[in-house]
Design a protein around this ligand. Sequence first.
Ligand code: ZN
Length: 301
Amino acid sequence: MSGLFGGIEAGGTKFVCAVGASPEDLCEEIRFDTTTPNETISRAIEYFQVQNSKERLAAIGIASFGPVDLRRSSPTYGFITFTPKTNWAHTDFVGAIKGALDIPIGFNTDVNAAALGEYRWGAARGLNNFIYLTIGTGIGGGGMINGKLLNGLIHPEMGHIFIPHDTKIDPYPGICPFHHNCFEGLASGTALRDRWGKPAEALSAEHRAWELEAHYIALALVNYIVTLSPQRIIIGGGVMGQSNLLPVVHEKVKRMLNDYIQSPEITEEIENYIVLPGLADRAGILGAIALAEQEYRSLQQ
Ligand code: ZN
């Protein structure tokens, strides 16, 4: 049995639930607002109870906003741990779903899940070392090293790296509540809106915001490239909807690396090296399905 899987893309503003086993057969998708943990998780449980009564699910994958506890031996495994999001800190997410449905649960960060989805069906097929980055309301990053999702002490927080900030060119102080001018503080959609007084999608393609945005993204990518040596970098999220942005990032990454990384992927084909998600805006929910599949397969071994 290959199995039918359930997926939850748990975002800070919206939940998406669906069932399926691949991009071709994903169905019954529902979306609802993220309200209180009790109300939101109950809606997800009710949905899966109905789905389960039609056809037994083999596993459910949860791709969650975080920070989350991914250490299986921890007493708070499967919890959303510390989060500034009202009422959600210390929420036993996996326990609530597992308790109600008695089903194997795959659990990871939203970005690691999206990375797994891209590995399974999207732009990272055939690659064992890559990064998935999302630049939207916040900035998050995940990926794989040697075919395994990047989890360590906790999980990567790639949005919070520090990048050079020239306050003469950009006096904006940054909006990260923890670090002010980290990457997320300077380059997230929230930072763009706060700095320029309108949301990213309302900034024209010619607005000088984009040159600065490309500069910050390129600085971050160069740091990831020299640290993790990824075979590809996938960037999703609402800010990347500005189609002129990616080519400028390509050009700036090449210029900053200055031929130091001697690899044709970068020196000759950077447009195939730093790419948009192959699954487009379905990377999140398909990532959750892929987490369920991974959990199910690990239990078969
Ligand atoms: Zn930060």
